[in-house]
Design a binder for this molecule. Structure first.
Ligand SMILES: CSC[C@@H](O)[C@@H](O)C(=O)COP(=O)(O)O
Ligand SMILES: [Zn+2]
Length: 207
């Protein structure tokens, strides 16, 4: 990504806020620039009304490189974005949102992965198979965020996920993609799949 991505992040954040997926200050969005560093939402900003100075730029190792306002602090979940960019060098954007459904579906499984329904929308997450058996990784919501980041990094280095998305239990979803536009698409697809899972359970459909 060669240009400053903050306008794309502001626009995506406004849209996710309006959809109820970034209520209040919930969620964080980042996108990389050509030197490998990334702009990320500063911690505790209202996600429905972000401005260009509500971000910080950090290195892949978490060093603060640029802050338009001296009081800005990197998102509390910056270490998760670092883990994703380190695991997936082609990823250019990483989006994390907090919908009701993303939390609900993590209560439908006891283990560390959520079975996804074999629906057409999976193609948008890169799964081109007939009747695919696909799982989304689920991680524990440790109070210490770097611990979540380490578990993500350790697991993905051992076994890459089938889809570019992960869930944190009772917390939210994180997706990544090779552009900001595609990351926005991935959030919308993941959220559609979560709504489908909740609806399927209500009408007794099993998959
Ligand atoms: C509404 S509190 C949510 C936070 O604890 C966190 O999970 C979150 O997504 C936003 O944290 P932030 O530090 O603003 O990036
Ligand atoms: Zn969060």
């Amino acid at each position: 990504m060669n240009t400053d991505p903050r306008e794309s992040l502001i626009e995506a954040s406004r849209q996710f806020y309006q959809l109820g997926w970034m209520a209040g200050t919930a969620g964080n969005l980042s996108a990389r620039v050509e030197d490998g560093s990334f702009w990320i939402t500063a911690s505790g900003k209202q996600k429905g009304k972000l401005a260009a100075d509500d971000f910080v730029r950090v290195s892949l190792t978490g060093e603060l490189l640029e802050t338009p306002k001296p009081e800005n602090k990197p998102s509390a979940e910056t270490s998760i974005h670092q883990a994703i960019y380190s695991c997936f060098p082609d990823a250019k954007a990483c989006y994390h949102v907090h919908s009701v459904e993303a939390k609900l579906v993590t209560n439908f499984v006891e283990g560390d992965q959520l079975p996804l329904p074999p629906i057409e929308m999976l193609k948008g997450l890169g799964v081109w198979e007939e009747n695919p058996q696909v799982f989304m990784p689920v991680f524990k919501n440790h109070l210490q965020v770097p611990k979540i980041a380490k578990e993500i990094s350790d697991r993905f280095h051992q076994e890459p996920p089938q889809v570019p998305a992960l869930l944190i239990r009772n917390h939210g979803v994180t997706v990544w993609a090779n552009s900001a536009a595609e990351a926005e698409n991935h959030v919308e697809l993941a959220e559609y799949i979560f709504r489908y899972i909740v609806a399927a359970r209500q009408v007794g459909i099993k998959f």
